[in-house]
Design a protein around this ligand. Structure first.
Ligand SMILES: [Zn+2]
Length: 151
């Protein structure tokens, strides 16, 4: 511990006890003695406060925050929708060659491609919902078929 300029200075011999106290891991008599000491020692009190702010952060450090995920998902959506029509066609053709199927393009922002994706899903599942059959609706008019690979 070389550089501790901004760290409150606890009594050296109590430093370890303060950490134990922070984790509620200090036995009765020792805890009471330390709590009595804290009343009159600014150094130890400050150190304990700092433990309370620093230690939870170290534990949670590798767990991304809610804000992180919110930003991440927003950024991802924007990336998908930010692709130019040209680029989209290129990517689609590459995917098509690789998968030997026509990829479905879906926009999370505009909802474009969603009906096609749902139709494809129904096709895969094998049975259209009764409501769609009854209507004889759009889902039946234009069934999805996988493209046959060219050449
Ligand atoms: Zn002290």
């Amino acid at each position: 511990m070389a550089n501790r300029d901004r760290t409150p200075n606890p009594c050296k011999e109590l430093e370890e006890d303060l950490v134990l106290l922070h984790y509620s891991d200090l036995a009765g008599a020792e805890r009471h003695a330390l709590q009595d000491h804290l009343v009159s020692c600014a150094g130890c009190t400050g150190y304990l406060k700092e433990l309370a702010t620093l230690l939870p952060l170290t534990v949670k450090a590798d767990e991304p925050s809610q804000t992180f995920w919110h930003d991440y998902s927003r950024e991802l959506r924007h990336k998908i929708d930010a692709v130019s029509a040209d680029e989209l066609k290129k990517q689609r053709d590459r995917l098509k060659r690789a998968a030997k199927k026509t990829p479905l393009l879906i926009s999370a922002v505009s909802g474009e491609g969603m009906p096609e994706a749902l139709r494809a899903l129904v096709e895969v599942i094998g049975e259209a919902p009764v409501s769609l059959k009854a209507k004889g609706g759009a889902a039946q008019a234009e069934p999805w078929t996988p493209a046959t690979p060219q050449g």
